[in-house]
Design a protein around this ligand. Structure first.
Ligand code: ZN
Length: 404
């Protein structure tokens, strides 16, 4: 099990020793599993003096802002880590401005941890506007059409410049559906880039405090997913993400791929299921041993007028809520629910008031953050299965039960 390359400064990709502690030269991030109940687990990530209890939900702040809610409000909800996006921050405002501000934490006024996605997903969403070369991926800005090149190294360097706590490698996100051969070809590029990213990261060991996660790809093919996970492990990362899911494939395929991937990953590293998902998905993911989640659903749907509640989604703009003076979720203790009714929030949406989006976003994020907090407590107390079953049953009952 002792690898040939065990020196963080060797400048070469080296296998994951699975230590995760201080003796691991790559451990700028420390992760411990505090309790497990079946495959579900409660853990703690410590990085740069910041403590993140898992399972964790990371609110999405793509352009350095969780839409409709200022950073201090997001912190007050108990969020310990939020997401930024390399592609968006690189194009606007750019590295120079953020460096001038003293890093991304200071620029956006956020005291918690920050994880930045590599931008791979966004670049590969551009379709006509990008071209993959041996070097990296060349693309045109969706803002002004200007041409740019992302290489695995430049993307890692940019995230170092932002001073984020967790950086993600540049990857190729296969579209869905993709043939096995196309997905395999995309995966080979992704793995080559992952090795280059890891080498770049190791060579920066003296000056960066940023941890680096690898991203498992392989579309809906179990052999590719397993191969991807093993190859990333041979490289050695601070944590492992499962990418390229929730892109249109059936839910069963998403969970099959998650299970196959988790089976290959070491217990001592955090596992991050990217871009997932609904409240039910959080439960299903935790059940399968996932530690970290991010998704735009709670914030995006809030702005569109949908509140997530203990009894399913509430489309609060609907006419039937016009005289409904209950809170969005009678079981919720967030500031929105303690003070305001569905009827009032519906009125705010109808009147085009910005506060409609703010109040609903606050509730939705509180709801998501409460799910993972309660899940953690249930795992610690050895009653995960009961919690999961009760949550899913109440959620599936639907809003009609909540309004009667
Ligand atoms: Zn609420």
């Amino acid at each position: 099990m002792i690898p040939a390359h065990n020196d963080s400064r060797s400048g070469e990709c080296g296998p994951d020793l699975g230590q995760g502690g201080e003796s691991d030269p790559a451990a700028r991030l420390r992760f411990s599993v505090d309790a497990a109940d079946g495959s579900a687990r409660a853990g703690t990530i410590v990085i740069n003096g910041r403590r993140i209890e898992t399972p964790v939900f990371m609110p999405v702040g793509t352009a350095g802002s969780v839409k409709a809610l200022p950073p201090h409000d997001v912190e007050s909800l108990g969020a310990t880590i939020c997401l930024g996006n390399t592609y968006h921050l690189y194009l606007r405002p750019g590295a120079e401005v953020i460096r001038g501000a003293g890093g991304l934490h200071r620029f956006i006024g956020w005291n918690g941890a920050i994880l930045t996605d590599s931008g791979g997903f966004q670049v590969f969403s551009l379709q006509e506007l990008r071209r993959v070369t041996a070097e990296g991926v060349r693309f045109r800005s969706h803002l002004d059409g200007s041409e740019h090149l992302f290489t695995p190294e430049s993307v890692v360097d940019f995230q170092f410049e932002l001073g984020v706590d967790i950086a993600m490698v540049l990857d190729v996100c296969s579209p869905y559906p993709a043939s096995h051969s196309d997905a395999a070809a995309d995966l080979e590029v992704t793995l080559g880039w992952a090795a280059r990213s890891r080498d770049r990261h190791r060579s920066a060991v003296d000056y960066t405090t940023t941890a680096l996660f690898g991203i498992v790809q392989g579309s809906v093919y179990e052999d590719l997913r397993r191969h991807s996970a093993r190859a990333l492990l041979a490289c050695g990362f601070d944590g492992y993400a499962i990418g390229g899911l929730s892109v249109g494939e059936p839910k069963e395929a998403m969970w099959e791929m998650t299970e196959a991937t988790v089976a290959e990953l070491p217990d001592v590293r955090p596992r991050y299921l990217m871009g997932v998902g609904t409240p039910e998905d959080l439960i299903m993911g935790i059940e399968r041993g996932i530690d970290m989640f991010d998704c735009v659903l709670p914030t995006r749907n809030a702005r569109n007028g949908t509140a997530f509640t203990s009894h399913g989604p509430v489309p609060v703009k609907a006419a039937r809520y016009a005289r409904d003076f209950d809170p969005l979720d009678p079981e919720c203790d967030c500031l929105t629910c303690r003070r305001h009714s569905r009827a009032y929030i519906r009125h705010l949406f109808n009147a085009g008031e910005i506060s409609a989006m703010m109040l609903t976003t606050r509730h939705n994020l509180h709801f998501y953050l409460t799910i993972v907090r309660r899940a953690r407590r249930a795992i610690m107390d050895g009653r995960w299965q009961i919690f999961a079953r009760e949550f899913l049953a109440a959620y599936a009952e639907g809003d009609s039960a909540a309004t009667q």
